[in-house]
Design a protein around this ligand. Structure first.
Ligand code: CMP
Length: 164
C-alpha cells in the first residue's frame, strides 16, 4: 500500500492529541507552541505502515510531506539505498518544494513498523512561511543530506577532475 491509497483519508484536526504529542517530540518542532502546530494538524493524517510497505513511489505525482514519529525508512533509487531516516526526520519535501514533471525523486519504504504524520504540501509551505526558524532548520537538514549524498557520490564514481 502507498500514499495514493489513502489520499482520501480524513484529516486529523487540531484536536488530535496523539498527533500533537507525536509532532511535539520532533526536534525541529520542539520550540513551537501547540497553537502553532494546530494549523499543521488541520491538514494532516497519522498513518502506520508495516515493515516493507512502500510509502512513496518513485515518479508518483503526489506531493505531501511526511514526518517520522516512530520507526525507520529507507530512501531507494533503482533498488539501491541512498539514505536511511528515522524518528524526527522528514521526507517527501522535494516534490513539495520543487515540483518536477518527473514526480517523486525516489522510493521510500518502511524498514520496520513506522508511524508518520503526513502533511498536505500546501499546508507545509504555508507553515514554513509562518515559522522561519523551522524553515531554516529544514534548509540546514537539506544541506546536511546534500553533503552526505555528494560524499557518497564522490566515493562511488570516478568524477572528472575540476577544469581549473
Ligand atoms: P520526494 O522527491 O518528494 O520523494 C522521495 C523522497 O526521498 C524525497 O522527496 C526526499 O525526501 C527523499 N530523498 C531523495 N533523495 C534523497 C537523498 N539523497 N538523501 C535523503 N533523502 C532523499
Amino acid at each position: 500500500m502507498w500514499e495514493a491509497e489513502f489520499y482520501m483519508a480524513s484529516t486529523l484536526g487540531a484536536g488530535s492529541a496523539e498527533a500533537m504529542e507525536a509532532l511535539r517530540r520532533v526536534p525541529m518542532f520542539s520550540e513551537l507552541e501547540p497553537k502553532q502546530l494546530e494549523s499543521l494538524l488541520d491538514e494532516s493524517t497519522l498513518k502506520t505502515y508495516e515493515e516493507g510497505a512502500t510509502i512513496i513511489k518513485d515518479g508518483s505525482l503526489l506531493a505531501d510531506m511526511y514526518v517520522i514519529v516512530k520507526g525507520k525508512v529507507e530512501v531507494r533509487k533503482k533498488g539501491k539505498v541512498i539514505a536511511r531516516l528515522d524518528e524526527g526526520q522528514f521526507f517527501g519535501e522535494m516534490a513539495v518544494l520543487n515540483a518536477e514533471p518527473t514526480g517523486r525523486s525516489a522510493d521510500v519504504l518502511a524498514t520496520e513498523k513506522t508511524t508518520c504524520v503526513r502533511i498536505r504540501g500546501l499546508a507545509w509551505t504555508a507553515f514554513l512561511r509562518r515559522n522561519p526558524d523551522v524553515a531554516i532548520e529544514v534548509i540546514r537538514l537539506l544541506a546536511s543530506r546534500l553533503r552526505k549524498t555528494s560524499r557518497s557520490l564522490s566515493l562511488l564514481q570516478n568524477l572528472p577532475p575540476a577544469s581549473s
